[in-house]
Design a protein around this ligand. Structure first.
Ligand SMILES: Cc1cc2nc3c(=O)[nH]c(=O)nc-3n(C[C@H](O)[C@H](O)[C@H](O)COP(=O)(O)O)c2cc1C
Length: 329
């Protein structure tokens, strides 16, 4: 059974990529994920704010200890750069060590909100040997300041692509006014892939204390439908590879995403809830289904149920939604 797939120009031994999370933040965990069958991992993100905050903290400490004086601006500049590079170094060491210890592709991840100082770090990530770079661009949809999000993302992409030759992929959130056009436009910027979708932080309200509290940390098994829909609608139109993410907990969900046209899937919540051993079960479920259906490779059924290939593409559209509700009395 040939489970290989091409994602970001990389050949993956199967479509299961472990998404960015705490399970990918150490070499020992990454080795375990590889052993269970993961085809690639996205490292825990390094955060733009985290880097900047670290720089600020260390600068403040240095000032308090009298190590530097504001009037010596060159010293300040030196420490500024030095501290940033120190912080990056931990991440760089993780990439280098992971590349030594495992065979599967290592995709680094940066969580960012702007195209500021961090973009040059991308080149260090490439030098360390990362096979790709995923950007989780966390523009805040509740931001009341008018800002062209799509344009902001394009500026970030432009700056990062100027720094690296490794494939770059963007993990998008699902709140764009014109989703189809945004996805198509971004796929034509020179990036190698898009991850649909990021899971937004979910708050909740405790009705006893009437306080705002943290909501559910993990996705639900039926959350996968959203990315499946957009992948089915756009997989034959985009100019880059697509990974489905969010709510993929079962082998059935993986099969559906590939039928819709996904090149790979990213999983996280299911690994926290059911253990990393579940990768094995997901892969055998996929293989068993392929056997039953007589598919010898993933390529044979990838995109078979995309909106272009199904007899009833309207099922992915609003019109079907209207029909569905008009039928319920
Ligand atoms: C504990 C945890 C930590 C995460 N950390 C990151 C992170 O550092 N960077 C990132 O881009 N996404 C992060 N995510 C989001 C996941 O990569 C993934 O996109 C999201 O959980 C949806 O996939 P799932 O439904 O399989 O969990 C995290 C998710 C969880 C549950």
């Amino acid at each position: 059974m040939d489970l290989t797939t091409k994602y970001l120009g990389l050949t993956l031994k199967n479509p299961i990529v472990v998404g960015s999370c705490g399970l990918t933040s150490s070499v020992s965990e990454i080795k375990k994920l590889e052993k269970q069958g993961a085809a690639a991992v996205v490292l825990k993100s390094i955060f733009e704010e985290e880097i900047l905050m670290d720089v600020e903290n260390q600068l403040r400490e240095a000032r308090e200890n009298g190590f530097i004086y504001d009037k010596y601006s060159e010293t300040l500049d030196y420490i500024d750069v030095h501290v940033k590079e120190d912080h990056l170094d931990e991440y760089i060491q993780l990439i280098k060590a992971a590349k030594k210890e495992v065979l599967i592709p290592i995709i680094a991840s940066i969580n960012c909100v702007s195209s500021s100082v961090w973009t040059h770090f991308a080149s260090h990530i490439e030098e360390a040997g990362a096979d790709g770079l995923e950007l989780n661009i966390s523009l805040n949809p509740s931001d009341l300041v008018t800002r062209d999000f799509e344009q902001s993302i394009k500026v970030i992409i432009h700056k990062v692509l100027a720094q690296v030759t490794v494939p770059v992929t963007i993990k998008l959130n699902n709140s764009f006014t014109h989703m189809a056009k945004t996805i198509l436009d971004l796929s034509q910027t020179g990036i190698s892939g898009l991850v649909l979708f990021n899971r937004a932080y979910m708050p909740d309200i405790d009705i006893n204390t009437m306080e705002a509290v943290q909501g559910k940390s993990f996705s639900s098994p039926n959350d996968f439908v959203e990315s499946m829909r957009w992948i089915a609608l756009l997989s034959d139109k985009v100019n880059c590879s697509l990974a489905a993410a969010k709510g993929i907990h079962t082998h059935e969900a993986i099969i559906k995403q590939i039928l819709a046209g996904a090149d790979a899937v990213q999983i996280v919540s299911v690994l926290y809830e059911n253990g990393i051993e579940s990768i094995n079960g997901l892969l055998s479920g996929l293989e068993k289904w392929m056997q039953e259906k007589g598919f010898s490779s993933l390529e044979k059924f990838k995109g078979k149920a995309s909106s272009k290939n199904v007899g009833n593409p309207a099922v992915f559209e609003r019109i079907q939604f209207m029909k569905y509700f008009s039928g319920i009395h």
